[in-house]
Write a protein that binds this ligand. Sequence first.
Ligand SMILES: [Zn+2]
Length: 318
Amino acid sequence: MPEIIFYRYSHGYSVFNPREVREEYREIKRMGGQAVGLAVTTEDKVYCSLELRRHVEMMHQAGLKAIFVFGRWGGLFAAAAINSSSRETFKHPEWWKVGPDGKPPGCIVCCVNHPGFRRYFFEEAEHFFRWMEPDGLLMDEPKDANWPCYCQYCRSKGNPRQIHVGSLAAFLGEVARFFKKLRPGGSTYLFHMPGQPVPFYEETAAQEGLDYLGVDGPLCLQKKADGRVLSKTPLLESMKTVLPIVKKYGKKTLVVPENFLVPAGEEKVYAKNLRKLLQEKPDAVVFHYYGFGNENPALLMRKIEQVLRSLPSEKTPE
Ligand SMILES: [Zn+2]
């Protein structure tokens, strides 16, 4: 049986009804969850600091581990809307990664080699780790190994094209070890987006301090509200590239079968492919708690629950 983690974004949890939140964590426990990943933005420090601690308290009362997730910090991770990268990120354009022309090429991601950004990131992280006392840390789709940064700090380390993947991986390892130093005994998790350069999978897998490593992706059709179909590599495909690398480095495997933006009628396909995925025996699986943009969130959740309940009897795959 893999470790089952249910995932929540910060959206909406500042509206805090203790009775409902407590019941949600009990439900997660009943559905087979062992932990909850809570995506937190840096702005939450100001608006709902108290609620964050209460969430952790209620997770523990329900018998669940609390896993901290960076919600879009510095544009470096997913797990929140892009405009919640934090006010500090927008106030400091000098932290942004830049192309050879000195301009950010299209999106805002902070440079892990910029001393100002590094100071800010680790100070904020320390605050949240000490304040919330989470049992684990999860990093969601670190950005962006596909393009190098040409700022003065990256150039001083060598050819930007050669050092960028290693720099980013080293930073993620550093963050994982920083977490473990502040939260001894805690576990660290990271999942990639499919389509990253293979050396990025390799270099992150080689990082000391990272316990679980894997990839996310769809198990069925996903559609946005405007009707656009999401074209992300299916998880059953991308895991064939990523998981052997994870195992080669002796790390535990993690998969994120994306249960969001699922149109009506696709729930069956999702459940069928989830069974296939679990036959590969990943060490940890992350589901979104009810997800978002699902036409029938309750039905999809029940399907997941059914598959999880049938797990122990699935020792011999059909
Ligand atoms: Zn840079």
